[in-house]
Design a protein around this ligand. Structure first.
Ligand code: MN
Length: 197
């Protein structure tokens, strides 16, 4: 089925000043949209055309002949997931089940926050930092480019986009400042809890 560009789950001005409307306009309207449009072009007429995105990602991951399909479909999926990981007035200490799981897995929220921000800051070049559920445990991982924990048997719970297009208009080269603001002011813990359930 053709991929579609999802609406943001908040107004484009709603995350400012942490992430500006200008960044969200370019990020969703140009970058995310290009993955959707290019992915649909590459999928048309192939065996993958009628599959859902997750099935396509699992079938094409690691196959050099299908790299174009994987990269565009995975980037479309990663971005749709990323928008849902943020909300106006979010961030800070988690609530609900995820709070207990973070305490148990990382030894406290502060340690999780450090590990998550470090994963994002140390992802060389473009990519993503994630909180995932793997073998029943929470883990922080990072992936390059379009790569996603979904194709490694890990369940994504939270992600932050560390491609420069995610932060450059607001933070220029200061990726650590963007990551700190994401963690302290944007994370939608309700969404993370919904993924854990
Ligand atoms: Mn992006």
């Amino acid at each position: 089925m053709p991929m579609t560009l999802p609406e943001l789950p908040y107004a484009k001005e709603a995350l400012a000043p942490v992430i500006s409307a200008n960044t969200l306009d370019f990020h969703r309207g140009k970058h995310h949209n290009a993955y959707v449009v290019n992915g649909n072009k590459l999928l048309a007429g192939t065996e993958f055309e009628k599959m859902d995105a997750e099935a396509i990602m699992r079938k094409t991951a690691g196959d050099p002949a299908r790299a174009g399909i994987f990269n565009n479909v995975a980037q479309a999926w990663n971005h749709a997931f990323y928008w849902k990981c943020m909300k106006p007035g979010g961030g800070g200490r988690p609530t609900g089940l995820i709070a207990a799981r973070i305490a148990e897995s990382f030894g406290g929220y502060e340690k999780f926050a450090e590990e998550f921000k470090t994963a994002g800051a140390t992802q060389f070049g473009s990519g993503w930092a994630w909180l995932v559920l793997a073998d029943g445990k929470l883990q922080v991982v990072k992936t390059p480019n379009a790569d996603t924990p979904l194709v490694r048997g890990q369940k994504p719970l939270l992600t932050v986009d560390v491609w420069e297009h995610a932060y450059y208009l607001d933070y220029q080269n200061r990726r650590p400042d963007y990551l700190a603001a994401f963690v302290e002011k944007l994370i939608n813990w309700d969404f993370v809890n919904s993924q854990l359930a």
